[in-house]
Design a protein around this ligand. Structure first.
Ligand code: NAD
Ligand code: 89V
Length: 340
């Protein structure tokens, strides 16, 4: 059974460790964090005895097959490159990198080492979104020609993740990245993107509202809109709402995980609420379930010798959309994705 080590015992890593406890075919045997308090608390909570404050020391001492990097983006490139040099497979949290240069270097390093690199891009793995993707791919609404993928909320994300209020970039890099990735999962590669951004909350440094218009290579036009400044009831955090028009019908994923397909004069409405895992809590249970699913996917890919759907190479295409969105908002121009 593959053995792994998790690096970064912070806010979100707790979900990853709970999920590892339920995944068959892999085991986390060591933990690393520079912060002694977080490291020892997490080690005690999950009963993992082997702990390190230094990643190099851990890689030298532990006979592990993979590392699960749960740190924030600035540390990703050095950590991924160290793991690649040590011949380990890698899962790395999103945002994979702050620049395309760093992202390409990480993909090249792991490829050169002949190992697997997956980005923990989990939103497309949420069960409700998966059901919608399968429905569209199965042809239920014919050929899609329009999509709107929308995430609007007033939830206080800064309480759990204070760094989100501090960066020059916020919503596109942190949350929009997931929503752009969902647009790619539905409609494929993107040729051009135009966007606008705005900061509504004066207490933060980056943008908390972004609206993006995507022209997909296959002919679909999609709108990806994100906001953490939307005060409405019911609060829908962290649900992504979806509407897709196809040549034969429409699909809607509405608030409350209600999936509606209208086609051929018929309407089918399903409740696609995610299960509440034993360790999960509302409203995060949607995201928490997807963590287990994506980590299981990684383990399955290792066992079967195939590339993960959200591989490092795949994620370069999502990151290019993030870069394009910032560039377009700054210049007021439509950006060709091939130029990123
Ligand atoms: P955090 O700041 O709470 O935790 C990060 C931890 O990493 C800290 O304890 C820090 O000490 C440790 N660390 C940083 N660099 C290190 C290094 N070089 N060696 C050892 N330890 C190191 O951050 P977080 O909120 O848990 O976010 C982590 C990542 O998870 C971010 O990239 C964030 O975007 C992502 N995230 C993803 C989701 C999702 O649904 N996929 C949700 C929330 C957060
Ligand atoms: O999923 C994430 O990356 C989180 C949040 C949902 C708060 O945006 O940072």
């Amino acid at each position: 059974m593959p053995k792994g080590a998790l690096i970064g015992c912070g806010f979100f890593a707790q979900n990853q460790l709970h999920a590892w406890g339920e995944i068959s075919g892999a085991e986390i045997v060591a933990l690393c964090d520079r912060d002694e308090a977080r490291l020892s608390e997490t080690a005690a909570r999950f009963g993992i005895a082997r702990t390190y404050r230094d990643v190099g020391e851990m890689l030298a001492a532990e006979a592990i097959d993979f590392v699960d990097i749960a740190t924030t983006a600035p540390s990703h490139r050095p950590l991924v490159e160290m793991a690649a040099r040590a011949g380990r497979h890698v899962i790395c949290q999103k945002p994979f990198a702050e620049t395309m240069e760093d992202a390409r270097a990480m993909v090249a390093a792991v490829e050169e080492a002949g190992r697997v690199l997956m980005v923990h891009e989990n939103f497309r793995w949420q069960s409700a979104i998966r059901r919608a993707i399968e429905t569209v791919r199965g042809g239920a609404i014919g050929e899609p020609f329009f999509g709107r993928i929308s995430f609007r909320s007033g939830y206080d994300v800064y309480a759990g993740q204070p760094y989100l209020a501090e960066g020059e970039r916020f919503i596109i890099e942190d949350l929009g990245i997931h929503i752009l990735d969902i647009a790619r999962a539905f409609f494929g590669d993107v040729d051009r993107l135009a966007s606008t951004t705005r900061r509504v909350n004066p207490q933060i440094h980056g943008e908390d509202v972004a609206t993006m218009l995507l022209s997909h290579a296959g002919g679909v036009t999609s709108v990806v809109d994100c906001s953490y400044a939307t005060r409405r009831e019911p609060e829908t955090f962290p649900q992504t709402l979806i509407e897709i028009d196809g040549t034969d019908g429409t699909l809607r994923l509405d608030a409350g995980y209600r999936l509606t397909v209208q086609s051929g004069g018929k309407e089918n409405v399903r409740d696609v609420s995610p299960p509440l895992l034993a360790w999960a809590e509302r409203p995060w249970h949607n995201i928490q379930e997807s963590v287990r699913t994506i980590q299981q996917h990684f383990v399955d890919c290792l066992a079967e010798g195939r590339q993960p759907e959200t591989s490092g190479a795949d994620n370069l295409k999502t990151l290019a959309l993030v870069e394009a969105a910032y560039r377009s908002a700054e210049t007021g121009r439509t950006v060709e994705i091939a130029a990123i």
